[in-house]
Write a protein that binds this ligand. Structure first.
Ligand SMILES: [Zn+2]
Length: 320
């Protein structure tokens, strides 16, 4: 009998699901909207119902499944199978996710933090090429990370390992949501890029479309900044250079600490592609010391939105 995995990627707007082979090949994929009403109390029942419904729909048998793995926002207690503080899900109190999903589906369940899980996905089937030392950084609205060292996902004593977004890149710099100043997230996330662009526009006096649009009070996005930079806009080029300097600094020091074979860069900002990668790498080379420079390489993520479901499913391989 073919052994299957279920991967679940729980987010604030959608819940993505996939059925995969034990080799990580996605066979079925679907998603439902996340219903965060009533303190998020519908979320776990909705997950249970959706999984049961699709197993029936595909005429599959629960015995076929090695397990369910899930990536979730918030702080995960892996021992107890609970999640706390997932504010975008309206989960303010401790949620007994594992117990409820196992009871509802009859299938073994395990979970981890969403950024860790995306890192596992890129490591297994994406740019990490199943390496034993892979670091993953996601540049989205915020910045998250997942670190795999000597084959193991690092969690740290309080589950905060891999929080690359809060690495200090500018002492006394921008105030971060974590309460600290100068965090990478404030400079190189999608919102960080816009913040840098607005501040640099204020001081810039030359000819620039980015400056015109900023001064006009138009909506600036990180995509616009990168697009204008690619077309040679003087201010946008300087903004991107600054953002890449901070990324190169943070990733250089990450590599000096962990010496992974690759650092995989994903998330919305990474859509800028090789243009971004080349410039981050320029600074990375400057901040990584020789052994690291010669053995750690930067790569763009390959799985896009599927990194979460694939990495989540890989967690369930531990039941094999
Ligand atoms: Zn911070």
């Amino acid at each position: 009998m073919d052994r299957k995995l279920i991967g679940v990627d729980l987010g604030g707007t959608t819940i993505k699901f996939a059925i995969l082979t034990d080799a990580g090949e996605v066979q079925q994929k679907w998603s439902v909207e996340t219903n965060i009403l009533d303190e998020g109390s519908h979320i776990v029942p909705d997950i249970v119902e959706s999984i049961n419904h699709h197993i029936d729909l595909y005429n599959m048998n629960k015995d076929q499944f090695i397990g369910i793995g899930m990536g979730t926002p918030g702080t995960v207690d892996r021992e107890n199978g609970t999640v706390v503080g997932a504010y975008n899900l309206n989960w303010k109190t401790t949620q007994h996710v594992k117990a409820d999903i196992e009871a509802g589906t009859g299938i073994k369940f395990t979970m981890d933090n969403d950024a860790n899980v995306a890192g596992l996905g890129e490591r297994w089937k994406g740019a990490g090429e199943n390496g034993t030392n892979v670091s993953f950084v996601t540049l989205g609205t915020g910045i998250g990370g997942g670190l795999i060292a000597d084959g193991q996902l690092l969690h740290g004593i309080a589950g905060a390992a891999g929080e690359i977004g809060h690495v200090t890149v500018e002492p006394n710099g921008y105030l971060c949501t974590c309460g600290k100043r100068g965090c990478l997230e404030q400079y190189a996330s999608a919102t960080g890029v816009v913040h840098v662009a607005r501040d640099m526009a204020e001081e810039f006096s030359g000819d620039s479309e980015l400056k015109r649009q900023t001064d006009d009070g138009q909506d600036i996005t990180s995509k616009l900044v990168f697009d204008l930079a690619k077309s040679g806009d003087t201010l946008a080029v300087r903004v991107v250079d600054k953002v890449c300097y901070y990324l190169g600094l943070a990733l250089g020091n990450l590599a000096n600490t962990l010496n992974p074979e690759s650092i995989v860069i994903g998330g919305g900002v990474s859509a800028a592609g090789d243009y971004l990668l080349k410039q981050v790498d320029h600074y990375f080379q400057e901040f990584a010391f020789t052994t690291v420079r010669n053995s750690t390489s930067l790569k763009l993520a390959r799985l896009g939105n599927d990194a979460g479901i694939i990495g989540a499913a890989s967690l369930a391989l531990s039941f094999n």
